[in-house]
Ligand binder design. Structure first.
Ligand SMILES: NC(=O)c1ccc[n+]([C@@H]2O[C@H](COP(=O)([O-])OP(=O)(O)OC[C@H]3O[C@@H](n4cnc5c(N)ncnc54)[C@H](OP(=O)(O)O)[C@@H]3O)[C@@H](O)[C@H]2O)c1
Length: 319
């Protein structure tokens, strides 16, 4: 497809098998499969490939795109890529999109570009909005809990962000259980209820289940969205025959080759054989496992090609 042509979204985008589920006890419906911008959308990545992936996603009903201030690399450039797409392709579709961004990890030098102070969160979101050419985001996350900032400061800054109209909903990511409980109570008491918790849940990492986060979210009517549901590509056919040159493992420090132990390879081969017997790919088996949990609203996948996206979307047509 020549992506340089003017984009007109597929008229079939809501008839392609995407399923939308209510996010906790809210009015918001999220697609079961969402697209994340952590990798493959930075300044180092080919823009036209990024564009093709996002167009393909939206054409298949993926309305939720997940960003963060420091996605790239370099930091900020995933939001810039999205901002360009917003201007060139998606301006007519703003109200059909649910865009999230986050602040919480290191973003700029000095004492005000990290963690959970009011100073950082407010300034960071303003920067994000400028990069993305948006007036507001649909969802703003605290990207991680800051044990050194009073929890009320972080949470009140988030409430005020909603009051200012810069975000419609609030989320937290990777917060520990007790702090999450306090966040739910504080935000509810300030009329800006917690919409969603973002945590890593996949066949290899069940921490949100073990820590009680999943149960808490369900009890409290908070949605749960899983990031890295494919364990950064481990739970796909990507590494079954070795480490491809163009893969995340070959190129990014976040997925070192040391992860691929003989024990893990054996487990992956066994899951792959089971998947094949079930008529699925390994990626589809992994996504199906996460999505079949009743507490899970959506999964945020990453993709470096439209073919990967198609494989992942295929999960929804195989029960
Ligand atoms: N809140 C947080 O702290 C946090 C942390 C991490 C991520 N996230 C969010 O979650 C999103 C997804 O994370 P992730 O990228 O780690 O997700 P993932 O879906 O577990 O991994 C994505 C990678 O797996 C490979 N892949 C995906 N589908 C494939 C398929 N069908 N066949 C073969 N390989 C496939 C690709 O690797 P190659 O690039 O090698 O092709 C792709 O880049 C992020 O973009 C971000 O929005 C949030």
């Amino acid at each position: 497809m020549n992506t340089k042509t003017l984009y007109v979204a597929s008229p079939e985008r809501y008839d392609n098998g995407m399923i939308y589920d209510r996010c906790g006890r809210s009015g918001v419906l999220l697609p079961k499969i969402s697209l994340g911008f952590w990798h493959n959308f930075g300044g180092v990545d080919p823009f036209e490939r990024s564009r093709a992936i996002v167009r393909h996603a939206f054409d298949h009903g993926i309305t939720h795109l997940d960003l963060a201030n420091n996605y790239g690399p370099p930091y900020g450039t995933a939001e810039e890529t999205f901002g360009r797409l917003m201007q060139e392709d998606f301006a007519p579709y703003r109200d059909e999109l649910f865009i999230s961004t986050k602040a919480g990890y290191d973003m700029w030098p000095g004492p005000y570009g990290n963690w959970g102070s009011r100073k950082y969160l407010m300034a960071s979101l303003d920067q994000s909005l400028r990069r993305m050419h948006l007036e507001y985001v649909d969802l703003f996350y605290s990207h991680r809990f800051d044990p050194s900032t009073p929890i009320e400061e972080t949470l009140q800054a988030m409430v005020d962000i909603v009051r200012q109209g810069k975000a419609l909903y609030l989320g937290i990511s990777r917060w520990p259980l007790e702090a999450t409980r306090r966040a739910i109570d504080y935000l509810a008491a300030h009329d800006a209820p917690l919409l969603i918790y973002q945590g890593r849940l996949n066949l290899l990492d069940r921490e949100p289940e073990e820590s009680g986060i999943l149960r808490l979210c369900q009890e409290q009517g908070v949605g749960f969205i899983s990031f890295s549901p494919l364990a950064q590509g481990l739970l796909t056919d990507r590494y079954l025959q070795g480490i491809p040159q163009d893969s995340r493992m070959a190129n990014k420090p976040c997925l070192p080759p040391s992860r691929l132990t003989p024990e893990l390879m054996q487990q992956l081969q066994a899951w792959n054989a089971e998947a094949q017997a079930e008529g699925r790919t390994l990626a589809q088996k992994a996504l199906h496992w996460v999505l079949s949990r009743p507490e899970v609203t959506s999964v945020i996948i990453g993709a470096s090609s439209t073919a990967q996206l198609d494989d992942n979307l295929g999960t929804l047509s195989r029960k």
